[in-house]
Design a binder for this molecule. Structure first.
Ligand SMILES: *Cc1c(COP(=O)(O)O)cnc(C)c1O
Length: 426
């Protein structure tokens, strides 16, 4: 599959039926797998043979879908997780222990910020959050001897900041640690972070990849490029024997290409068990088959909406990385020249009350906390997800009281614009 273009991989990677086998990826809904001898099964437990024994560790349907996402990202190995939250948690926890430290962009998804800043701090892992527009010197100053990774989002949800990949990758690599990038909003159709220096990619597959608001899920992909053994002192979990797994040293046995995902599966999935169900993986695969077709329309609708909003006198400001004049337009042109995403942020003149009144009048566009699926939806964070904050606190975290986040779906752009226009009209 690696010679084919991304559109072909969206449709066909991950599953190639043999003579007489089902054309459609089968859903293997089985918790367990049968073996003739205990010796056969023992080899699986020792990671000496490939195969399945229990679906908490690995399941054939989930692995086929993970292989498709690995092909789309250009990685060497991937695993599905039960949610995007689980993917980001595993990706970081796979290499950071109690006493370690992570440098993260401050412009990330609120759920991830909470995971890092509250829950993982309780586990003894420290985080330094840097402004996405910091200078290389400021970024370098955030590192400590115990720093184990750098984290960022290709297009941040909901701030729509575009990651300066080269700045973040250079900083990570010059300190001997990997760059982990959450590529949820861009998807590999619009950006492949490995081509810009990222080492590990994560996804909330719940968003565009599934694309229909059907199944919650996540994914972790390894580029296979980071040389763990070259920095063995920093990554004892990968570079010294795992006594909980028969003394295996992952980086020795599975090399750069396989160590990260094998460890995350054998250790973290074994112990935390945030699996994606084979049924969810099947829905995810249906979404992936049309991802390249859908992303183009999401971007087209997003841009048309951003253009309309930027000329409307009821609108205070518009933020869309694909719109010329917006702050991250140049960065987006560099890293995502074919399109960004379907999410547009804007402010309604008149602040909080005007934003609430506007949303009440929408007919086609629904109010939801979700983003990035076929149906357009919008959210006013100040009166929903962030309602506990005062107007001053909202401004401090980059979300004004007037901010509306609009996720443009796959409907006709004129219909979406007409809905927004009538809701803005007096
Ligand atoms: C939604 C989202 C997540 C969390 O994913 P879930 O599937 O909801 O757990 C993580 N990162 C980004 C960028 C997201 O948009």
């Amino acid at each position: 599959m690696s010679d084919y273009k991304i559109e072909t991989k969206c449709v066909q990677a991950g599953y190639t039926p043999k003579n007489g086998e089902p054309r459609e990826m089968p859903i293997i809904y089985s918790t367990t797998f049968k073996y003739d001898t205990s010796e056969d099964m023992g080899k699986l437990f020792d990671l000496e043979a490939n195969g399945y024994f229990y679906s908490r560790l690995q399941n054939p349907t989930c692995d086929m879908v993970a292989a498709k996402i690995a092909a789309l990202e250009g990685g060497t190995a991937a695993m599905l997780t039960g949610s995007g939250q689980a993917a980001n948690f595993y990706a970081v926890f796979n290499i950071a222990n109690c006493g370690d430290h992570i440098v993260s962009s401050a412009s990330i998804y609120g759920g991830t910020f909470n995971l890092f800043n509250v829950t993982m701090r309780k586990m003894g892992i420290d985080f330094t959050f840097v402004e996405p527009d910091c200078t290389p010197e400021e970024l370098a100053a955030a590192f400590r001897p115990n720093t184990k990774a750098v984290f960022g989002e290709t297009i941040a949800n909901p701030a729509l900041t575009v990651l300066d990949f080269e700045k973040f990758a250079n900083a990570a690599h010059s300190h001997g640690v990997p760059l982990i990038v959450d590529n949820t909003f861009a998807t590999p159709v619009n950006c492949r972070p490995f081509e810009w220096g990222a080492d590990i990619v994560t996804h909330s597959t719940t968003k565009y990849m599934d694309g229909h608001g059907t199944a919650v899920g996540g994914c972790i992909v390894d580029s296979g490029k980071f040389d763990w053994m070259a920095h063995a002192d920093k990554f004892p979990g990968l570079c010294t024997p795992d006594e909980s797994y028969h003394g295996i040293t992952y980086a020795e046995r599975f090399g750069k290409e396989g160590a990260f995902i094998t460890k995350a599966t054998a250790q973290l999935m074994r112990d935390f068990g945030s699996v994606q169900s084979p049924q969810s993986a099947y829905y995810l695969n249906l979404g992936l088959e049309s991802l390249h077709v859908r992303m183009a329309r999401h971007c087209e609708n997003g841009l048309k909406m951003a253009q309309f909003l930027s000329t409307n006198d009821k609108i205070a400001w518009v933020d869309y990385p694909g719109l010329p004049g917006c702050k991250y337009y140049p960065t987006a042109q560099k890293y995502l020249p074919n399109g960004t995403c379907g999410v547009v942020s804007f402010g309604v003149k008149g602040g909080r009350a005007a934003a609430e009144a506007f949303m009440k009048k929408l007919k086609l566009i629904a109010i939801e906390t979700h983003v990035a699926d076929a149906r357009s939806c919008c959210l006013h964070p100040a009166s929903s997800t962030h309602r506990q904050l005062t107007d001053e606190e909202l401004v401090a975290c980059g979300i004004g009281a007037d901010l509306v986040r609009l996720s443009c779906g796959l409907e006709n752009a004129d219909d979406l614009i007409a809905d927004v226009a009538q809701a803005l009209a007096d």
